[in-house]
Design a protein around this ligand. Sequence first.
Ligand SMILES: NC(=O)c1ccc[n+]([C@@H]2O[C@H](COP(=O)([O-])OP(=O)(O)OC[C@H]3O[C@@H](n4cnc5c(N)ncnc54)[C@H](OP(=O)(O)O)[C@@H]3O)[C@@H](O)[C@H]2O)c1
Length: 248
Amino acid sequence: VTGTPLASLREGYRALVFGATGGIGEALVSQLAADPRCANVFAVGRAPQEHGGKVEGAIFDLEDEASIVDAVGRATANGEIDLVIVATGLLHDDAIKPERNWRALDADILAKSFRINAIGPALVAKHVLTHLARGRKSVFAALSARVSSISDNRLGGWHAYRASKAALNMLIRNFAIELAMRNREAVCVGLHPGTVDTPMSRPFQANVPDGKLFSPEKSAACLISVIDGLTSADSGKLIAWDGAEIGF
Ligand SMILES: NC(=O)c1ccc[n+]([C@@H]2O[C@H](COP(=O)([O-])OP(=O)(O)OC[C@H]3O[C@@H](n4cnc5c(N)ncnc54)[C@H](OP(=O)(O)O)[C@@H]3O)[C@@H](O)[C@H]2O)c1
């Protein structure tokens, strides 16, 4: 699966992807790099990666603000950025399992989830939004999740993940309001990538209906096409891989 060219951004656009070593992040980097309209992709990941051609790498950690400043500094040294995608996130790791009930709540896990899913992306925004191109369409998109929607929540559980992504949605809405004062054509959105076959979803794929589990490449292609169709009227919203708005 390959992405369509991002025709709504300027010819020679410059893109910055945080979380370039993740399942979806990696697919986004390679599809943006394959877009003939794209001049540069800055692929920012926790671990160093081999890159070449129009892809340049940088390393960062969401829990280290100085590393975010450094990565943004490198990416913006040669000019403005047209597209920023934050493709990081945390649902589980060796020490963290999504909670099934309130008895499982743990203060450290809640704090860690907020640090990775809300505070880290907010710090990325803090340092990168001033470098988003003005006077033309530019996009800041952070990957959120359908389960962050409060109005759509009928299953419960996954307290730390749902709550930290809901906090991310609020920050995105706030940044959208502020960004519009700087550039009326700017777009700031949360994106739901679908259920995607990556390490994040792997333990939870058993109940996914046939045909509903996307490859990272398919999800990335859908997200790029959604980003292409976004206008400032969409800014501040949570939008799914198929372009449909998800109510908060
Ligand atoms: N997969 C799905 O079904 C699904 C569904 C809904 C929403 N999402 C969202 O989509 C986004 C991408 O998820 P994915 O499926 O691609 O998961 P993934 O493969 O697990 O990728 C997660 C990424 O987050 C990075 N990350 C975690 N902690 C970090 C930190 N402290 N500093 C910097 N980077 C950090 C990881 O870095 P390392 O590579 O170094 O570990 C990795 O690049 C997430 O926001 C997720 O919530 C995914």
